[in-house]
Design a protein around this ligand. Structure first.
Ligand SMILES: [Zn+2]
Ligand SMILES: [Zn+2]
Length: 367
């Protein structure tokens, strides 16, 4: 039988934590973080990558596989993905026979259209977010905003655009095929899974407490401060209580901003600043160019008043590294078949990230 609450130690006893955003659980096994680690510790790696790579299809002036030539761009550059995962003008898909047969229930399909874009953060092949200057990251935020506005405009003119997922896959550990720092934006005619789960949870919470879930959650985190990594006037970065990945973080706007479109100049600048700070901390954690998948969650395009009410701009960072530049976490075994599991607690991860330098990049201290 489980012992009573008074002897329970969150840093030693296994427990489960609930993710209210997606209505799922994560298994936490903090005692396992105490296992002796015999793996190697690597020396810091200096980034020996040139500013320009003639074989890179994202560098300025270079030819892409489709034959189009990149302009000699000098700042953030957006172009439609030559190999888009979703396309416009697809042939229609018949939506089943309209009856509730077992087959119809088991073999559902739905049509989807859209467009995909590549966002080169900078013309420089070796300039990742933490190495960019603050004003250069502001250009990236501005590019996200102008793309969001452009897609809303196109939707108004009849394009089937409902949601734009902006993201970055950084590093080969995350399956990124081109090192040139870039993000992507996939615009779909539907709202994808993760967002649907969140919107459903946000709506339920709003109906019960007349308050946005992230507003409530952030207020508690800012008073307890155990999982806060860094904050500025407009944003806070925290390791969520229910984090799955060892150093997963959530970037949340402090006021109700449904989407990037509502950002004022100060908020754009503050987002750029906190992204630079967080990604610098990440690189400094294991003295390596830190891999991750990150992206925005925000209101659907041309959101209704109800959709705006339940949308709250935030970003998720999902980094795979666990103990060093080469030791990564895998979601395998129990995690694939049962539920995700972590050893290090969210509080321990936040403490590590909080104490790291978010201003000076480790590579500046190497010869
Ligand atoms: Zn390049
Ligand atoms: Zn989210």
């Amino acid at each position: 039988m489980a012992s009573d609450d008074s002897t329970f130690d969150f840093t030693d006893n296994s427990h489960r934590r609930y993710n209210p955003l997606t209505d799922t659980w994560v298994l936490v096994s903090p005692h396992r973080a105490k296992r002796p680690w015999l793996g190697q510790q690597e020396a810091p790696s200096k980034l020996e990558i040139a500013e320009y790579d003639e074989s890179c299809y994202l560098c300025p002036r270079n030819l892409r596989a489709t034959g189009s030539k990149n302009p000699n761009y000098g700042s953030t550059f957006i172009f439609p993905n030559d190999y888009a995962a979703v396309k416009l003008n697809q042939p229609g898909l018949s939506q089943g026979r309209g009856n509730d047969s077992e087959r119809d229930q088991l073999f559902k399909t739905s049509s989807v259209e859209g467009n995909c874009y590549v966002i080169c953060f900078s013309p420089k092949h070796n300039l990742t977010l933490p190495l960019m200057m603050h004003k250069e990251i502001v250009r990236v935020v501005e590019a996200w905003i102008s793309l969001y506005r452009q897609l809303e405009e196109e939707a108004n003119q009849g394009k089937p655009f409902k949601y734009v997922q902006i993201f970055e896959n950084k590093g080969t550990a995350m399956g990124c095929s081109n090192l040139h720092p870039h993000g992507q934006a996939w615009c779909l005619s539907t709202v994808p899974n993760e967002l649907m789960k969140e919107f459903t949870s946000f709506k339920k919470f709003q109906d019960s407490f007349s308050k946005h879930m992230l507003d409530s959650y952030m207020e508690i985190e800012l008073s307890e401060r155990e999982r806060v990594v860094v904050e500025n006037d407009s944003f806070v970065v925290l390791v969520p209580f229910w984090a799955i990945w060892p150093f997963e973080t959530l970037v949340v706007s402090k006021t109700h901003l449904p989407s990037l479109k509502e950002f004022n100049a100060k908020q754009q600048s503050d987002l750029a600043a906190i992204l630079k700070n967080l990604t610098t901390k990440y690189d400094n954690l294991f003295s390596t160019s830190f891999p991750y998948s990150m992206g925005t969650h925000q209101a659907p395009l041309n959101a209704s008043e109800e959709e705006k009410k339940i949308s709250w701009f935030h970003m998720h960072f999902y980094p795979p590294l666990l103990r060093s530049a080469t030791v990564r976490k895998f979601l395998v075994g129990f995690e694939l078949l049962g539920e995700p599991q972590r050893d290090l607690t969210a509080e321990q991860a936040a403490e590590r990230l909080r104490t790291l330098d978010g201003i000076t990049h480790y590579s500046e201290n190497l010869d």
